[in-house]
Write a protein that binds this ligand. Structure first.
Ligand code: NAD
Length: 390
């Protein structure tokens, strides 16, 4: 996991450790639904955790902080899994700040980050770390999941178009041809590992990296996990479409108080998230309603994110009506099981030797790579068909 000690990543580690010890049920895991019986998925308890991080807070402390600040889970659970979390801590390596902006640099601790001389050096180092992790634990496959802090929108450059040109640009010291998330994506591809971008950052959405993934037969998918307000939107919007109700406006206000919220306080970084949240509506309902999406940082909420959505719509005889909903969820707890699902589903593709975009996983993402369909029901159907077929 990139961002291995963040809120989502440390909740994943706690969850996998607890599943190993059979301390929790599989509630929240999509891949434990009957649809996925007998489909050859790896057992969640067989997953080994490792990753990269730029802060010095260990996994156990990160999980403990989620308990004491946000009261997410039982302290007993943290205690019973502490030994396993400490063992996985040894699999966490220094992250890179190559290509990172001031907001992310501000999070980093001395000793937990590396100033690689060039982006090429960062890619090589991270790929070597991943390969060593895989060898050390004799793993059949490794799946690299980007769970690092969101980045601001990245500039498109000519060198991002072809792998040959990208390689040349990456070897120049100080080159800013790729943001950090894309360096991690390329490192995963070079190490022959599946890559998943759970964040709105650029990640693997770079033609040259996708070209390289195609050459090496590596599966990949992203972007930006669909876990809260956007999930509800992609389920509700088809209802308005199916009843031929005309959506006039859809306004969504989001407030959250964790580290992700603090990073999203930066207006440029927030733009990545808002763009990714705002994409789906017009595709689902076939018209362009007035939309407004906001994200505010409210520290006292910690990991509890709240979304308030107001939908103004028109029915028969031109009568205007409205609907509102409030969604309150624990940010890390909503995301963590999906990371386990995505790992199991990506490992299945690796085992079958299938590379390229995993379009059948679109239902997990706000802005799915290579997929225009945002309707949750259609996306779900595609996943079910893929699972039944392969
Ligand atoms: N929680 C959800 O429901 C959800 C949904 C969609 C997307 N996401 C995205 O998932 C990501 C993680 O969310 P979170 O709440 O865990 O955030 P977080 O801030 O708690 O964790 C991010 C971690 O990434 C680390 N990091 C930052 N830059 C790094 C780098 N260059 N190398 C290695 N590590 C780095 C940070 O130190 C931090 O520990 C965010 O980008 C968020 O937008 C979360």
């Amino acid at each position: 996991m990139i961002g291995a000690c963040g809120g989502v990543a440390s909740t994943v580690a706690l969850g996998v450790a607890a599943l190993r010890k059979r301390l929790i049920s599989a509630t929240g895991l999509v891949t434990e639904l009957p649809l996925f019986n007998q489909t050859g998925l790896i057992k969640p308890g067989s997953i080994v955790i490792g990753g990269h991080e730029i802060r010095s807070q260990p996994l156990v402390d990160a999980v403990d902080a989620l308990h004491s600040h946000a009261n997410l889970f039982d302290r007993k659970l943290v205690k019973m899994c502490a030994t396993q979390l400490q063992a996985w801590q040894r699999n966490i390596r220094c992250g890179t700040l190559c290509g990172a902006g001031p907001v992310i640099r501000g999070l980093a601790d001395k000793g937990s980050r590396k100033e690689d001389r060039s982006p090429a050096e960062a890619v090589e180092r991270i790929a070597a770390d991943i390969a060593a992790f895989r060898r050390r634990h004799r793993l059949d496959h490794a799946v690299v999941i980007n769970l690092a802090s969101s980045e601001p929108p990245a500039a498109k450059t000519a060198a991002q178009a072809r792998f040959r040109d990208l390689q040349r640009a990456l070897s120049r010291p100080g080159s800013r041809v790729l943001p950090t998330s894309s360096l991690y994506a390329l490192a995963a591809v070079e190490a022959g590992c599946a890559f998943i971008n759970f964040t709105p950052s650029l990640g693997i959405s770079v033609p040259a990296i996708q070209e390289r993934a195609g050459q090496l037969g590596v599966p990949y998918m992203g972007n930006d996990g669909k876990t809260g307000e956007s999930l509800v939107k992609s389920v509700l919007a088809p209802m308005f479409a199916m009843r031929n109700l005309s959506v006039l406006s859809w306004v969504g206000q989001n407030i959250l108080g964790n580290r992700d919220g603090a990073v999203l306080k930066d207006p440029r970084t927030r733009l990545s998230k808002i763009r990714s949240k705002d994409k789906m509506l017009s595709q689902i309902i076939g018209s362009k309603p007035a939309t407004a999406v906001s994200i505010e940082y409210v520290p006292s909420l910690d990991d509890w994110k709240v979304a308030w959505d107001f939908i103004h719509f028109e029915g028969f005889l031109g009568t205007k009506m409205s609907m509102q909903f409030v969604w309150q969820g624990a940010d890390s707890v909503l995301a963590a099981p999906l990371i386990i699902d995505l790992t199991r589903l990506a490992a299945r593709e690796c085992r079958a030797g299938r590379g390229g975009p995993m379009r059948h996983l679109a239902c997990f993402f706000k802005d799915p790579i290579g997929v225009r369909e945002h309707n949750m029901f259609t996306q779900w159907q595609r996943l079910a068909e893929h699972i039944a077929r392969q």
